[in-house]
Design a protein around this ligand. Structure first.
Ligand code: CP
Length: 308
């Protein structure tokens, strides 16, 4: 296996090969050990400046990247479009070039437009990390999800992973599918037919519309949020009906003939895709996912900076 990462940027899981993915997951193990020490900081990215540029809201990803950068001793600047000159009509490229002229080495960007980080990567020299581009990809979420799955069930080759919910609007689903297939997992997507892209089987995944059958099949259930903010038409009759057919509660988990690992990238719509008694149950590793996000993002930043 090569010990060189194949990419200058992390734009999407689609661009990575299996060795790249395994390199991030192995490196993250070392950083997880670091962030659990009494002194959580290492000098690996001293003198590197990273701009976190968020054109869309975020809690977990933004804080996790900032913490990862601080743990690596990088200098960080944070940009939120709502408090910037974007509201005066400044373009994405002008905004980023102005930030880069202040000697920034890496850009972590979230943007509502699919392909925005790819557009930038062709026009600027700094390394770019995609922190979520519209409904397209969320590569660091997929990497932290895989890391969290591996902690629970070991190597993912041959394991059954279900992705349940609003697959159509989810960048987490697409990045997870690319990654899990590259690691040899069996992937099934489950949800109402209106929320499953018509050609998704071409990515090598199975499709199910039956939640109980899917839960009985899987080792891990990664449950996704209904993204009402991305739905310009109604894809489901109501949240109440969605919850009746696809909502997961503790009683349902306890009725399965085995224990499964329950995941969710957040934010959770409690009472819609997950009831609180399931989200907070012994099946759930949702907060471990968040913890692992810092180590995985440290690994990504460290690996990209090492290529320069
Ligand atoms: N999982 C995730 O991307 O959460 P945020 O939108 O809070 O960053």
């Amino acid at each position: 296996m090569s010990n060189l990462f194949s990419q200058r940027h992390l734009l999407g899981i689609k661009d990575l090969n299996e060795a790249d993915i395994r390199m991030v997951l192995e490196t993250a193990k070392e950083f997880k050990e670091v962030i659990n020490r009494p002194i959580k900081k290492v000098p690996s990215l001293r003198d590197i400046t990273i701009a976190n540029i968020f054109f869309e809201n975020s809690t977990r990803t933004r804080i996790s990247f900032e913490l990862a950068e601080k743990r690596l001793s990088a200098d960080t600047i944070n940009f939120a479009s709502s408090a910037s000159s974007v509201s005066k009509g400044e373009t994405l490229l002008d905004t980023v070039n102005n930030i880069l002229s202040m000697k920034v080495d890496m850009v972590v960007m979230r943007h509502p437009a699919p392909g925005a980080p790819h557009f930038l990567s062709k026009r600027i020299s700094a390394n770019i990390v995609n922190a979520g581009d519209g409904t397209h990809e969320h590569p660091t979420q997929a990497l932290l999800d895989a890391y969290s799955m591996q902690e629970q069930i070991g190597d993912l080759a041959g394991k059954n992973i279900a992705i349940i919910g609003d697959i159509l609007h989810s960048r987490v689903a697409l990045s997870n599918i690319f990654l899990l297939k590259k690691l040899g997992a069996n992937v099934k997507v489950c949800g109402p037919s209106t929320l499953i892209p018509r050609h998704i089987h071409e990515l090598g995944v199975e499709v199910s519309y039956n939640l109980i059958e899917t839960l009985n099949w899987c080792h891990v259930a990664n449950v996704l949020r209904i993204q009402l903010e991305r739905q310009d038409i109604k894809f489901i009759p109501s949240l109440r009906e969605y919850s009746m057919y696809y909502g997961i509660d503790k009683k349902l988990l306890d009725s399965l003939n085995k224990k499964i690992v329950l995941m969710h990238p957040g934010p959770i719509n409690r009472g819609v895709e997950l009831n609180s008694d399931a989200a907070d149950s012994e099946h759930s590793i949702i907060l471990q996912q968040v913890e692992n996000g810092v180590a995985v993002r440290m690994a990504v930043l460290y690996i990209l900076a090492s290529q320069n």
